[in-house]
Design a protein around this ligand. Structure first.
Ligand code: ZN
Length: 185
């Protein structure tokens, strides 16, 4: 399944309203959603993902996640503001914030207002394919420079990860699959 001609979702906080696992894909066109529905109906979603993304990664601690993130930042976004904290977060509401959380906490330090950059990644990505972890981190790193999901934002994402759009789509498929088959997710 290719999403080459599919525009990326413009919002990661849309209101699903229902418990449909496919709400993660709600921003994609009907034709794409139909393909997904067919795959779900045929019970082929898990197989599709396992075949395409057989690997797992070893980034299991906040420290490892920090190093992983710092490495990507060093390679692609050297001039972006420094990150102060990177952590897995079990409390991120996957329903609304599937793609992690980037925060800039402003606080007064020595008379100056300083923004602290934090990146939080939902803990479920410890068990996700490495490609999906990379996609999430790329997404959050891009937010260091662009707070909105605009064209410049997605250009940055693609600069860091050329397959960004396909990976975001497949990550959303993965999230849907975890809900459809929680025992295997
Ligand atoms: Zn975002």
């Amino acid at each position: 399944m290719s999403t080459r001609s599919t525009p990326a979702p413009t919002s990661e906080t849309w209101r699903p309203g229902v418990k449909d696992p496919l709400r993660f894909l709600a921003a994609y066109p009907d034709g794409v959603l139909d393909q997904v529905r067919q795959m779900v109906a045929a019970n082929r979603l898990g197989e599709h993902l396992a075949k395409k993304y057989p690997a797992r990664h070893t980034v299991q601690t906040d420290r490892a996640l920090y190093d992983f993130t710092a490495e990507l930042k060093q390679e692609f976004l050297r001039t972006a503001p420094p990150i102060h904290k990177v952590a897995f977060d079990a409390k991120i509401d996957v329903v609304h914030r599937a793609l992690g959380l980037h925060t800039a906490i402003s606080r007064v330090q020595g008379g100056k207002l300083k923004a602290k950059k934090e990146i939080r990644v939902a803990s479920l990505f410890k068990e996700a394919p490495p490609e999906f972890l990379r996609m999430i981190v790329v997404h959050e790193l891009a937010h260091l420079k662009e707070s909105d999901h605009n064209k410049a934002f997605y250009r940055l994402c693609e600069y860091m990860e050329p397959a960004y759009h396909q990976l975001e789509f497949d990550t959303r498929l993965f999230l849907a699959w975890r809900e459809l088959e929680p025992a295997q997710g």
